[in-house]
Design a protein. Structure first.
Ligand code: PLP
Length: 437
């Protein structure tokens, strides 16, 4: 399979190059030349398959030309070593819990899969013995998922850039305490500043001569595409419960950089019968504005209690535009949007806890409330519960007025010692630091 850039200046790139480069030279995002539909018999039998087997079929469609079958199977199995249960919250509303992995958030799948795929390609490349440096900007969960996915992987060093004071202490400890090949960089700025530093670094000629750089943000195809696996599994589990419900499945995705939902759109192109998607936003509602007006107007992000969605210029919007040939009408017919203030998010968390007993985190709460507000008669909604509520401990405890149990995996991280490098949001400072490596 060949890859082209959403800016159309770069075409015919191999998967290996797309993964190693992350972002194309023309600043566009890589897209596969074609998306193959999986034969109907797969969907007929999907409810009888294991998560690993169905994910392998999807992975084979996406990457099978370029990765040896046995290796691809290993990558998939190694990545999907935790459960992703579909939990009934109330009549017609289900939560797909994506938080049972190593760092308790959905990005674990992309982080782990990408580390395996990147190391596969570097071992096979001509300068396979030259260290690869992964730069990743995080609003919280990406950093931990990528850092833990890459921890101890030979030949790869990871730099995690995060906005000072804007990630929760529990999130922070998941990537600042690891040591080894992981360096945490605390930027005096916002998430968008971190993302800009990373993007500028890729475009800096001098820096790219000095060191081999790549990105592990959802701009990287090996990071965002494996998230499609979740959507197949959601459908399979719902089908097992009710064929009728599965035929009318609506998936609601709490969205920030729009990598997760874009993976879902890919799954649909591969034939997965998703009736429609809902993108749930916090006050950073640039996508919703686009749906309403047809104009995309990025703006600086504002801080909210669903901080992993505080994105003012979602990277993967370029992929969505490309998938639908820039047709506002086509996009609006498959995806609808909604946005919530912090107060509304808190209300949703309290109401859901009181009415159903289910514990939401602030991101999942946007998804849940969007289904409450937008699901139509006859539809069954699944929202993606993107992180464990304990990752946002203080927020959740304050809102609900109850003590939340911290899973053991999280407690382990909290025992470590924080190590990070302080950095301004000025690119020249960041560059000087990297040039000194
Ligand atoms: C990253 C993240 C999101 C947003 O996902 P995108 O792929 O960036 O749209 C939502 N919730 C949580 C908990 C996250 O970590």
């Amino acid at each position: 399979m060949k890859y082209y850039s959403t800016n159309k200046q770069i075409t015919g790139e191999t998967l290996a190059n797309a993964v190693v480069k992350g972002l194309a030279e023309d600043k566009g995002l890589f897209m596969p030349d074609s998306i193959t539909e999986i034969p109907a018999v797969f969907y007929d039998n999907i409810d009888k398959m294991s998560f690993q087997d169905m994910a392998y079929t999807a992975a084979y469609m996406l990457f099978g030309d370029d990765v040896h079958a046995n290796m691809l199977k290993l990558m998939v199995n190694d990545t999907l070593s935790f459960d992703v249960p579909l939990v009934k919250v109330e009549e017609n509303i289900f939560s797909l819990e994506l938080f049972h992995g190593p760092t308790l958030a959905f990005k674990d799948v992309g982080g782990r899969f990408m580390s395996r795929m990147l190391s596969y390609f570097i071992q096979r490349s001509d300068d396979g013995n030259r260290q690869v440096n992964v730069l990743v900007a995080t609003s919280g969960d990406t950093g931990s998922a990528v850092a833990n996915g890459f921890l101890g992987v030979e030949g790869i060093h990871v730099y995690v850039l995060y906005p000072k004071g804007k990630v929760s202490p529990i999130q922070e400890c998941q990537f600042t305490t690891l040591g080894q090949n992981i360096t945490a960089i605390e930027v005096d700025g916002t998430f968008d500043d971190c993302q800009a530093l990373v993007k500028t670094a890729f475009m800096d000629e001098e820096l790219n001569v000095k060191m081999k750089l790549t990105s592990a943000n959802s701009i990287n195809v090996a990071r965002f595409l494996p998230q499609a696996f979740y959507y197949f599994y959601a459908y399979a589990q719902l089908k097992k419960i009710s064929e009728e419900a599965a035929r009318n499945m609506v998936i609601c995705v709490p969205s920030g950089n729009f990598g997760n939902i874009t993976a879902g759109l890919f799954a649909k192109r591969m034939g997965l019968p998703v009736k429609r998607f809902i993108a749930a936003n916090n006050r950073n509602d640039i996508f919703l504005e686009y749906l309403k007006t047809g104009e995309y107007k990025p703006r600086p992000s504002v801080a909210t209690i669903a901080n992993a969605m505080d994105v003012g210029d979602p990277s993967n919007f370029a992929r969505i535009l490309d998938l639908y040939n820039h047709s506002h009408e086509a996009i609006s017919s498959e995806i609808s949007g909604i946005s919530y203030t912090d107060e509304q998010i808190a209300d949703a968390m309290r109401a859901c806890r009181k009415d159903t007993g289910y514990l939401l985190d602030p991101h999942g709460a946007c998804g849940y409330q969007a289904l409450k507000d937008m699901l139509e008669p006859g539809e069954t909604g699944i929202f993606l519960e993107t992180a464990h509520p304990a990752k946002f401990l203080d927020t959740v405890q304050d809102i609900l007025g109850e003590k939340i149990e911290i899973p053991e995996k999280l407690q382990e991280f909290m025992k470590g010692e924080k190590q990070s490098i302080a950095m301004s949001k000025n690119f020249e400072d960041f560059k000087a630091y990297l040039m000194g490596k």
